[in-house]
Design a protein around this ligand. Structure first.
Ligand code: FAD
Ligand code: NAI
Length: 525
């Protein structure tokens, strides 16, 4: 017992030291080597799963020039930074080959942990808990990484330039700029598919970005407060409290589940008069919801939704969206309208317009409409020095965070190997013939033999409400399916451990505790 107790003490102390060290280093990044325009430049488009995984793993430790300028913090630490710069130069003095500098371009200046986005629509988790500013990552790289909050609108693969636009509300005198690149990494994901259905853009809410979740939350509370307004006719109350979700994929299912929890845990207490009148309907064009999950889990989800009074309309296709109703076509071909108060549109992904125009510039090799065609090393087909990864690509893999982040890690590893190969090649040129040079050449040849991207599936998880989750997990060569409360505990711990940083983990854990103690916030933002 004494040994166990001591181990527990030492373990706890070590955990605190480790946590404290992480927090300290996160808040006090070291000085960085300056952005060097002489060196090759990697331009990374996007700050999502793919691009962030790439950025996190790309090794910049060998950068060899350090210059401190700018902010208060940097001035205060000038001497320290210069001494570090010296030691780094001494350590890396042989590395004079051109190592790429990096530029990030993204319309949002943070990484978003999408798996918990549905939880933010009802206030289970706060938006800020699941985002990580991209500068928290770039400031910890050994060389300065330029970050532009901008949208890329054009890529010229021949001139090797991109056009970026500042589409934010506040603009300076320059709002458009052309940037050259040596290597371009495209990780811009997809946009919401509407299939050109009339009224979707105008009246529905999407669920892809933080601002979408904020809009859903505001509209939801608006519907509820408007339904509670004095003298509201019964028919109007029914419409306002009808929450319709279109698309029975994981996004639609998880949103419906979160909405149900909000209704059951909070609305019942704070709006006792109208809570019983809230209805949730999930509309799906196919035969079942969650087609990617096993049959057993589909049935389990459908049964759970039935218990939760979530109505599932399968084989029902939305044909048009109007301001207060949707027009649907049933399996027998008949059409009818369904009134709604809140409409959430979750029918999957489609290619962004600027990606489509890039594909048009490469008509011979970019023939897949679904996204960018890449080879097994993630190189864009038909262009030089461009790589594409994540949802923006059309590969055999599902458009998931798992695939995107594994591709980002893989590509970073490949770039790191390229840098080592360049270094060795530079050394070989200066070497005289002999066994040492042969050994070096063999090493270079081994590095040239880059392995194709291999995806390792870790399983699929989804939250289905009432503290139940479903999981399809690969086991040896088979698959195990599980659903229920224990799976929910697993779901929570898996997402908690996969969150980006110790800061995100702490904030999400606190949000969960806060929700259990005080309930969700029902104020309209
Ligand atoms: P994204 O993460 O979408 O990132 C794209 C980036 O590009 C963004 O930073 C965007 O701002 C930027 N960008 C867009 N346009 C431009 C432009 N013109 N110029 C420059 N930058 C641009 N997957 C799972 O595996 N598990 C889950 O549990 C899961 N849950 C999800 C829940 C929800 C609600 C959603 C919507 C998706 C979920 N996914 C999940 C899918 C997963 O989020 C995507 O597969 C993943 O985000 C794809 O990563 P990406 O880097 O390719 O694109
Ligand atoms: P999805 O493509 O998986 O599902 C969209 C659904 O909408 C389809 O089932 C489609 O039949 C339906 N649909 C399309 N048009 C329709 C119409 N007009 N009327 C009615 N139904 C219509 O899209 P989703 O859920 O946004 O997921 C996108 C990707 O993100 C997927 O790869 C998914 O696996 C992943 N994801 C994973 C999650 C998880 O693992 N927990 C959570 C959310 C997303």
């Amino acid at each position: 017992w004494r040994i166990l107790r001591r181990t527990a003490y030492v373990g706890t102390a070590a955990w605190f030291v480790y946590g404290g060290y992480n927090i300290y280093t996160a808040r006090h990044p070291l000085a960085q080597a300056a952005f060097d325009p002489e060196k090759k430049t990697i331009v990374i488009l996007g700050s999502g799963w793919a691009s962030t995984a790439f950025l996190k793993d790309i090794d910049t430790v060998n950068y060899n020039v350090v210059c401190i300028r700018g902010s208060h913090f940097r001035c205060q630490h000038k001497d320290y930074a210069q001494s570090r710069a010296k030691s780094r130069r001494t350590f890396c003095f042989t590395l004079t080959f051109p190592i790429p500098s990096q530029v990030i371009v993204s319309p949002r200046n943070y990484f978003l942990f999408t798996p918990l986005l549905p939880s933010t629509t009802v206030g289970t988790v706060d938006f800020r808990s699941i985002i990580e500013p991209i500068r928290y990552i770039t400031r910890h790289k050994s060389r300065e990484v330029k970050v532009y909050e901008a949208e890329c609108s054009d890529i010229d693969p021949v001139k090797k330039t991109i056009v970026i636009n500042d589409n934010s509300e506040i603009k300076g005198s320059v709002a458009q700029q052309s940037l050259p690149y040596d290597y371009l990494i495209i990780g811009t994901g997809c946009q919401n598919a509407t299939f050109g259905i009339k009224g979707v853009e105008e009246y529905a809410c999407f669920l892809k970005e933080v601002w979408d979740a904020q809009k859903i939350r505001t509209r939801l509370m608006d519907c509820i407060e408007t339904a509670a307004f004095a003298g509201q006719p019964e028919e109007e109350i029914e419409r306002l409290l009808h929450m319709v979700v279109v698309g029975g994929g994981p996004t639609g299912v998880e949103y419906a589940a979160e909405l149900h929890d909000f209704l059951k845990d909070d609305l019942v207490d704070w709006y006792p008069d109208i809570a019983g009148k809230v209805n949730i309907t999930l509309v799906e064009a196919l035969q079942t919801v969650l087609p990617v999950f096993s049959k057993q889990l589909i049935e389990y989800t459908e049964t759970t939704f039935k218990e939760q009074n979530i109505k599932i309309l399968t084989k029902t296709m939305v044909k048009e969206v109007r301001q207060k109703e949707i027009l649907v076509k049933d399996a027998d071909g008949s059409e009818r309208t369904i009134p709604y108060g809140l409409l959430v549109w979750a029918t999957g992904n489609t290619t962004r317009p600027f990606i489509r125009s890039l594909m048009e510039k490469l008509p011979e090799s970019q023939t897949v409409r679904r996204g960018l065609a890449v080879d097994e090393l993630l190189r864009l087909q038909g262009a030089e020095d461009i790589w594409a990864l994540g949802d923006v690509t059309a590969t055999k893999y599902a458009p998931t965070a798992q695939v995107a982040s594994q591709q980002g890690k893989y590509l970073a590893r490949m770039f790191n190997l390229m840098a080592i190969k360049d270094k060795l090649e530079a050394q070989v040129v200066a070497m005289s013939e002999g066994p040492e040079k042969d050994k070096q050449i063999r090493k270079i040849n081994r590095l040239k033999d880059i392995k194709p991207f291999h995806y390792s599936h870790q399983g699929s998880l989804a939250y289905i409400g009432s503290e139940k989750a479903i999981a399809d997990l690969p086991l040896f060569h088979g698959n195990i399916s599980a659903g229920g409360v224990a799976t929910y505990v697993f779901w929570r711990s898996a997402y908690l451990s996969n969150l980006f940083s110790i800061r995100n983990r702490t904030l999400v854990a606190m949000d969960w505790i806060k929700k259990n103690v005080f309930g969700r916030d029902i104020s309209r933002e």
